[in-house]
Design a protein around this ligand. Sequence first.
Ligand SMILES: [Zn+2]
Ligand SMILES: [Zn+2]
Length: 172
Amino acid sequence: MTDNKEMDLTCPACGKTMKKVLIPSAGINIDICLDGCGGIFFDNRELNKFDESHENADEILKLIEGREFQKIDESETRKCPVCHIPMVKMGSGTGGVQIDVCNKCGAKFLGNGELLKIREGGTVDTTKTDELMNALYQENLKNVLGEYAAKPLNSSPRRQFFENLANKFLSR
Ligand SMILES: [Zn+2]
Ligand SMILES: [Zn+2]
């Protein structure tokens, strides 16, 4: 797998250059489309690491606060900015939470529409959070059985992370 840590990525949804955001508590960078659609791109390693503790979310939340994001078409096929091949949609389908997955490098793209769905009606929809968690982690659960099978998804800091993110993302 190629290391994309130093490379600026093009947002698979809107084509803008994504910004590397350092998450000091996890010691990693993630890519966020701050100047475009507000989408978040995780490579496989990042997804495993970044949200294991609550405070990690704050780094991202500070950046997205007060920004306006471009609307995108959620149904469009995305291309992985690292491998340049079409990504596959994962999730529960019509009206549900959906994310884009690269079957080659394992990267995942989360549009801010997904966060909007979690936050529908001004409150966090826990069913939608479950859907997001499943879509994001189902592959990781299969691949990293030892580490993740032991952790209940629904009560984990990872879940809290996405609920916080959804709240903050859309409370402008
Ligand atoms: Zn974008
Ligand atoms: Zn890829």
